[in-house]
Write a protein that binds this ligand. Structure first.
Ligand code: NI
Length: 156
């Protein structure tokens, strides 16, 4: 396991459509471990594989410190309802925050690290993080769809 460098806006890998994972190889397990370690090192609530330079359909999410890390391989949102606007940031767009409209409730299909197909329902912040991370797999950053970008905070 290793903390990886976070790719930032302007890096072409962030704009690629991530490749589906065909089999959970040892390499994929290693990518998952690197992603979790990198997310925790940078205190992120979520991380998508392209953010560490791997164009693969994998995301890891830790919506709060008292919850375990969720690992989603080949995730697909199958249902999206309601609407909620809140402020987002992204490790790949450092120092920038903006208001983004997201579905307030979603259903997700994915595979776990054993390759088993699973479904999950999510709402609120957890649903928001999932939508943000899945956008990374489509080459989309939150600044592309933000309704407004917040003014930079004055240096203290
Ligand atoms: Ni992000």
């Amino acid at each position: 396991m290793a903390v990886k460098t976070i790719r930032t806006v302007g890096d072409p890998v962030l704009r690629l459509k991530a490749q589906d994972v065909s089999a959970i190889s040892e390499e994929i397990v290693a990518v998952l471990a690197d992603m979790v370690e990198t997310m925790e090192h940078y205190n992120g609530v979520g991380l998508a594989a392209p953010q560490i330079g791997r164009s693969l359909a994998i995301v890891v999410i830790r919506p709060s410190e008292d919850l375990p890390v969720f690992e989603f391989v080949n995730p697909v949102i199958t249902s999206c309802s309601g609407q909620d606007i809140d402020i987002e940031g992204c490790l790949s767009v450092p120092g920038t925050f903006g208001r983004v409209s997201r579905c307030s409730e979603i259903e997700l299909e994915y595979q776990d690290r054993q390759g088993r197909r699973k479904r999950l329902k999510a709402a609120g912040l957890f649903a928001r993080i999932i939508q943000h991370e899945l956008d990374h797999l489509a080459g989309v950053l939150f600044v592309d769809k933000a309704e407004s970008i917040l003014p930079e905070e004055a240096e203290s």
